[in-house]
Ligand binder design. Structure first.
Ligand SMILES: Nc1nc2c(ncn2[C@@H]2O[C@H](COP(=O)(O)OP(=O)(O)OP(=O)(O)O)[C@@H](O)[C@H]2O)c(=O)[nH]1
Length: 324
């Protein structure tokens, strides 16, 4: 439990905010119900039940993004009702909701729910009384909302660039080995929904390009190959740079024959269009359909063994492993 909290910031915020607000609002609920203040007592009970349901959702199915979005929307809704019922007495909670929405929910949901709360709560205050205290509360709400939005935007941009850095190959711009491993494992999990094949591509005699024309010329060939492979992708296909001059394609195909045909199409496209400083460059391709393997390494090893056979046959060849 502690490790889940440590590893998931959103779960921590949902749990902390959910339990603190439930404890505080729950105490008010008991006090109000004992005094016979039914309207506010029932409102407090509704807040506690909804918030605890979201906390449970986050812990049970692990979808903290969905639970966080729900909590931001519910909190904003209750913030508006609290403004209506309690007036300026609700302003402390409105600060908390405006700020925490951006920790809980995806940017667009948080901005919309928070914006709605800001507008409605401000309108309620103005409708009650246009005094200097209320104006100052509205201005400080707007500042908290504006700064939180700006900060969340920047954090989301940083997160996107970090994700790109972690998942894309810097030379060719296509997904890297880490993404490949995750997608292969995902294909193994989803195998009931359809069949998948993998092609491993290795440039022929690439060392000679580097040795004769230099590393920069070799790099340019790798970039051209990545672009060409991207152009060859069909619906549902993916391409990755596994490392060095080895590339991988993951294809939703139904049989060894279909995988071999796809490999042959790619081989022919490379032979026709990939031209290095010393002339045309070719690839050897090994393939394997996903069979009974539970780990991507076992599946990949069969494609790699096929690649070895394609290389031994002199390169510029496709070899697909026989069905298991
Ligand atoms: N320019 C460049 N070269 C790379 C990169 N990564 C690996 N290489 C080169 O790729 C070459 C691979 O050499 P080998 O494994 O002998 O393969 P090969 O020359 O293609 O021989 P075969 O595969 O047997 O046809 C080496 O010269 C590596 O330096 C890279 O990012 N940029």
């Amino acid at each position: 439990m502690i490790s889940r909290l440590r590893n998931d910031f959103r779960l921590t915020i949902i749990t902390l905010l959910g339990s603190v607000s439930s404890a505080v609002i729950g105490s008010f609920m008991v006090w109000r119900l004992l005094r016979g203040d039914w309207l506010l007592g029932v409102f407090d009970a509704a807040v506690v039940v909804s918030v605890m349901a979201v906390v449970r959702m986050a812990w049970r199915d692990g979808h903290t993004e969905r639970a966080g979005a729900w909590m931001a929307v519910i909190n904003s809704g209750f913030g508006i009702v609290a403004g209506l019922v309690l007036g300026a007495g609700a302003s402390g909670w409105i600060y908390v909701i405006l700020m925490t929405s951006f920790y809980l929910a995806p940017l667009r949901v948080a901005a919309t729910a928070g914006g709605l709360l800001l507008v409605c709560a401000s309108a309620i205050l103005l409708w009650r009384d246009v005094g200097p205290n209320h104006i100052s509360t509205m201005v400080t709400w707007s500042l908290v909302y504006g700064f939180s939005l700006a900060f969340a935007r920047r954090a989301s941009k940083h997160r996107d660039s970090l994700e790109a850095l972690a998942s894309l190959d810097p030379l060719t711009g296509i997904p890297n080995r880490g993404m490949l491993e995750a997608d292969l494992q995902q294909a193994i999990l989803r195998r009931q929904g359809g069949r998948f094949g993998v092609l491993v591509l290795d440039l022929d005699r690439f060392k000679a390009v580097n040795d004769t024309f230099g590393h920069a010329a070799g790099d340019a060939v790798l970039v051209d190959l990545a672009r060409l492979l991207r152009e060859e992708l069909r619906q549902g296909d993916s391409v990755y740079r596994f490392g060095g001059e080895e590339f991988v394609m993951l294809l939703p195909v139904g049989s060894e024959g279909a995988l071999a045909r796809a490999g042959e199409r790619v081989r022919a496209a490379v032979e026709t269009h990939l031209v290095g400083p010393g002339g045309p460059i070719t690839v050897a391709i090994g393939g394997a359909m996903l069979s009974v393997e539970r780990d991507w390494q076992d599946w990949f090893a069969r494609a790699d063994a096929s690649l070895y056979l394609a290389k031994r046959a002199g390169g510029n060849t496709v070899h697909v492993a026989d069905p298991l």
